[in-house]
Design a protein around this ligand. Structure first.
Ligand SMILES: Cc1ncc(COP(=O)(O)O)c(C=O)c1O
Length: 438
C-alpha cells in the first residue's frame, strides 16, 4: 500500500551526507535560521509509510514520524487523496469568519472522542503552541484568575505563553524574558510515593501544603497544565494514581485541568488520547502534531460550559482550514480502523525487544512507554548522541528526549518486520560501541 513497501529498507549507498545533500546543507547554513536543532544531516526528499528517502536516494527507516506527527505514515494514500480532493474544492475561506463542512465535522468528531460525559466544544488553530496559548487564554477567561501551575520537565511550545509554561530546558527561555507572569512550576512525579496509598497523593499534598499555602492562593489559580507522558522531557508518564487526585484537587478549588496531548495524543499510545486510561475527564485537551498526518492543525477540546468566551475574544485566520480538517478526518478513520491496534501490538513488540537489548547491554536502561511512545535511557547525552548518529548512518532515524534518552515514536503503521529491523540496527550499533568502550 505504501510506495516503498517492495524495496529493501534501509538502503544507504552514498557517504552521509551524500553529494546532493551536502550542497543543500551549505545553502541551508547561509539562509535558514540557526535556531533549529538538527542532530544529523538528513535532507529529506520523499516519505511513504515508515520510510524516508533522502535527496541522494538513500532509504531510511523512520522511527521519529517527523517528531510524532506522521502517525498514519508518511503520505498515506487515503490522506493524500483527501488533501488532493479538498485542495481542488476549497483551500481556504477562514473558519473564523465563515462556516464550512470539514471544520464542523471535525469538531463534532473530536468532541465525541474526548473522554468524559460533558458536552464539548472545539477551537481550531495551527500548531501545538497555539493550542496551548488558546488553553491558557481560555483558562484565564473562564476562571477570571491569573495563575497557572505547570511541571518541571514539561514542554508546551515556544510562543510566549507556551514557553512560560515549559520547564524543560533553559535554552528555550534564555534571553527571552520577561515571560508571562504567574506560572508556578512544580516537580513532575515519576512514580507514586509509597505513602500515597495511605496518606493520599504526594503531588497533591505538596501542592496543597506548600504551593497553595505559601506562594499561590488556590483561588487565584486558573489551571494546572499537564502532559500525560512528558514528551520532550523524556517520555515519563504521570503515575496513574495522580490523575484522580489531581482531578479532585481541581474540583475542590475550581481550577481547570488542562491536559497537553500534543505529543501523546492521536493514537500515539494506542488510544486516541493517552488520558483515556486515566479514568478522569479533563476540562481542556490540547492536541496538534499527529492530528492531520502532517498538515498544520491544532485544536483545544474543552467542556462546553468552559468554552464560554465571546465572539472576537480568540480566533485564527488559518486555524482549522478545510484541507487540514479533511486530512484530520481521514487520520481519525485510519486510527480507529487499524492503527490504534497496531500501535499497541507493535509497541509491545518494541518494548519486549528493547527489554532484551537492555539485558544484553548495560548501556541501555529498561524501556518505558506506552503504545509507540517509548524511550530508553543511555549513560549520558554524549553516548546518546553517538548512538543516534551511528543509527542514522546505518539507516535508522531516531531522536533523543530528556537528558539522556532515545525516543522511539515511529509512524503507527509500522510493521513487525520494521520493528525487528530497527532493533537489529540498534543492537549492532550498541554492540560496536560497547566494544570500543571496553
Ligand atoms: C507536549 C507538547 N506540547 C506542545 C508542543 C508544541 O507544539 P508545536 O511545536 O506544534 O508548537 C510540543 C512539541 O513538541 C509538545 O510535544
Amino acid at each position: 500500500m505504501f510506495r516503498f513497501d517492495h524495496l529493501a529498507v534501509p538502503s544507504i549507498h552514498t557517504a552521509l551526507p551524500g553529494p546532493i545533500a551536502t550542497g543543500l546543507l551549505a545553502r541551508d547554513a547561509v539562509f535558514v535560521s540557526g535556531s533549529y536543532t538538527r542532530v544529523y544531516p538528513l535532507v529529506v526528499a520523499e516519505g511513504s509509510g515508515a520510510v524516508i528517502v533522502d535527496v541522494d536516494g538513500n532509504r531510511f527507516l523512520d522511527f521519529t514520524a517527523g517528531i510524532a506527527v506522521a502517525n498514519t505514515g508518511h503520505c498515506h494514500p487515503a490522506v493524500v487523496a483527501a488533501i488532493q480532493d479538498q485542495a481542488a474544492t476549497l483551500i481556504h475561506m477562514s473558519g473564523t469568519d465563515f462556516y464550512y463542512r470539514p471544520q464542523i465535522e471535525l469538531a463534532e468528531r473530536l468532541a465525541a472522542l474526548a473522554p468524559g460525559p460533558s458536552p464539548k466544544k472545539v477551537f481550531f488553530c495551527n500548531s501545538g503552541a497555539e493550542a496551548v496559548e488558546a488553553a491558557l487564554k481560555l483558562a484565564r477567561w473562564h476562571t477570571h484568575r491569573t495563575r497557572v501551575i505547570a511541571f518541571l520537565g514539561a514542554f508546551h511550545g515556544r510562543t510566549y505563553g507556551a514557553m512560560s509554561l515549559s520547564g524543560s530546558k533553559v535554552t528555550h527561555r534564555r534571553g527571552f524574558s520577561p515571560l508571562v507572569p504567574d506560572v508556578h512550576h512544580v516537580p513532575f512525579p515519576r512514580e507514586c510515593n509509597p505513602t500515597c496509598a495511605t496518606a493520599g497523593c504526594q503531588l497533591v499534598r505538596d501542592l496543597e501544603e506548600d504551593l497553595f499555602h505559601r506562594t499561590a492562593p488556590p483561588d487565584e489559580i486558573a489551571a494546572i497544565f499537564v502532559e500525560p507522558i512528558q514528551g520532550e522531557g523524556g517520555y515519563h508518564a504521570l503515575p496513574s494514581g495522580c490523575w484522580p487526585a489531581l482531578r479532585a484537587l481541581c474540583d475542590k478549588y475550581g481550577i481547570l485541568l488542562v491536559v497537553d496531548e500534543i505529543q501523546s495524543g492521536m493514537g500515539r499510545t494506542g488510544t486516541i488520547f493517552a488520558v483515556e486510561t486515566a479514568g478522569i475527564e479533563p476540562d481542556i485537551i490540547c492536541t496538534a502534531k499527529g492530528i492531520a498526518s502532517g498538515l498544520p492543525l491544532g485544536a483545544i477540546i474543552a467542556k462546553a460550559d468552559v468554552m464560554d468566551w465571546p465572539p472576537g475574544s480568540h480566533a485564527s485566520t488559518f486555524g482549522g482550514n478545510p484541507v487540514a480538517c479533511r486530512a484530520a478526518l481521514v487520520t481519525l478513520d485510519l486510527l480507529e480502523s487499524d492503527y490504534l491496534v497496531n500501535a499497541r501490538e507493535r509497541g509491545a513488540e518494541l518494548l519486549s525487544g528493547l527489554r532484551e537489548l537492555a539485558a544484553r547491554f548495560p548501556m541501555l536502561t529498561l524501556p518505558r512507554g506506552r503504545g509507540l511512545m517509548i524511550a530508553v535511557d543511555t549513560p549520558s547525552s554524549a553516548v546518546r548522541e553517538v548512538i543516534i548518529d551511528h543509527c542514522f548512518r546505518a539507516g535508522l532515524l531516531l531522536l533523543g528526549c530528556g537528558e539522556t534518552a532515545i525516543r522511539f515514536c515511529p509512524p503507527l503503521c509500522i510493521t513487525s518486520g520494521q520493528v525487528a529491523t530497527a532493533l537489529q540496527i540498534l543492537s549492532t550499533v550498541v554492540r560496536e560501541l560497547a566494544k570500543t568502550c571496553s
